[in-house]
Ligand binder design. Sequence first.
Ligand SMILES: [Zn+2]
Ligand SMILES: [Zn+2]
Length: 367
Amino acid sequence: MKITAAVLRELNQPLSIEELNLSDPRANEVLVKVDAFGICHSDYHVVTGLAKQELPVVLGHEGAGTVIQIGDGVTDVKVGQNILLNWFPYCKQCPQCLVGNTNHCKTYTEMLGQGKMLDGTTRLTDSNNKPILQLSGLACWSTHVVVPDITCTKMPEGTPPEIAALIGCAVTTGVGAVLNQASVHEGSSVVIYGAGGVGLSIIMGCVLAGAEIIIAVDRSEAKEPIARSIGATHFIKAGKDTVGNVKELTDGLGADYAFDAVGNIEIAEMLLPSLRERGFALLVGVPPTDSKIQLDATDVFRQEKRLTGTIYGSADTGVDFERFAQMYLSGMLPIDKLISKHYKIDEINQACEEMLNGTIARGVVTF
Ligand SMILES: [Zn+2]
Ligand SMILES: [Zn+2]
């Protein structure tokens, strides 16, 4: 069938909106009509080359839609279901899955990470019949996608597609970081660097966990009202002495928890200095490939501060996607507040620009 998609043909160039050919789903694959997708910074890392990916490729890994056709052997996914797309499906059988570390399953990541389906091919070709890769095996910056059935998770009735899309990346990454990896405790103090989709999701998670002091830091003052509306108790415009400002707000001690929601080395190196003794720091945003972080050994040894990361919110997506959707439906997670602007697919370059200049929290494309 003919579809419309956003194709990246050259690094650091605008995306081209093209009509492509999408072939039918093969065995264990599903055709999905995309209803909504989010603009995540990780997509943009592909545009700049910070994340390695062969081109040309259709971007998009945060999406939701309606199943309209299933291939042979598909049993768990049905035509007509509203699903979200999972960029990190797991196999339930490998050693990591068997001990519950499903976000470290490597069974599918090699193929999907190259932008291919599990048989090593792609379902997309352009008007010259040249193959086009599918980012994360999903490629949801598109009107339709063919994806492996294991990437589809049925959403509870009443979940709006743009909410489901955000649960597919930003929300699970941010809320999962707080609840699954940091286990933020009641009455604690927290600083979050970066108030985009992931940072705001971390704030939501901290509210849920009962944190008392929630400090949002961002270079754009435009983020202050939305950060506060979600539950940040303080906002700092990133500047020369941000760590000093964090200490002023935490009795001179530093925070119990510090999160880097950006994936920036300069920020990563500010995390331990932002903490009090025995504080816990987390890298949540994707750092550049092959980058190194310098730590003050005293922070680690004498102050007993800890630093680790969290990939996909250390989530068990088989449980957490539905859990977070139910939390939205019951009013516990105000995910709708993350969405500051709706776009159409042909406005994709404008949407990327507005994400980069920090004027919006999360932009979503709907159909
Ligand atoms: Zn993402
Ligand atoms: Zn596995």
